[in-house]
Design a protein around this ligand. Sequence first.
Ligand SMILES: [Mg+2]
Length: 266
Amino acid sequence: MKPHKISACVLDMDGVLYLDETPRPGAVQLLACLRSRQVPYAYLTNNASRSAAQYVARLNALGLDREASEAQVITSAQVAVAWLHKNFPRSARVLLVGEPSFRNLLLREGFALTEAPDADVVVVGFDTALTYAKLAAASLAIRRGARFIGTNPDTTYPTPEGLLPGTGSILAAIEAATGVQPTVMGKPHRPPFEEALRRLAQPAGQTIMIGDRLETDIAGGQGAGMITGFVLGGASSEADLAQNPIQPDYVFQDVEHLARWCEEVF
Ligand SMILES: [Mg+2]
């Protein structure tokens, strides 16, 4: 391994800190280490199904981080909303396929929601209440010319039972139905990494991005000029790593390994 000067840390959450509702062994120690050594850190998730406040509550409830603040949490829903503000007027009508927290965020930001096919933009995030009616409404709007936006490309969602369909799978269904490719926010695209570095006020070259997916966390971290750490046992296996041209700076067998490394480095 190359030696790096590391002064800050950006953490993916799903698959790294927990699998669905179950904290991964070592995650409590990892966060205790970052706090006790006063390492600036942020949470960066491609999951758009919860708000920053809900993530803070969840980190608290799981006993992972009782001092987490909303300012530390960057979600792909926030990134998508920033993109909408840049590219559409506030009067734009948005057709959402997503969870209630995302709906509330869009309403708070002043966007008008619609289920009609004359929507200006279709925004798709993780949706555990996905129905055929929602897929149909999204497809009709895109066929009538609405822009097609996805919060994140992750095709799967890691849980203790195994990998469940993620946002990327919902995007794939709508893409198959319309022949239109979505514009996808979130990791591996630059905006969420830039936002994390801005909030941490740390240089990219001294900040490590830690995640369990090569295509999003690691490729995106590398694209943003960050150091990268890959944790096995979440969304990816050793075989995925062996076959992939994307190679991280550090590989951790599990989160306990990562926590021990944290204690050595910081
Ligand atoms: Mg993950």
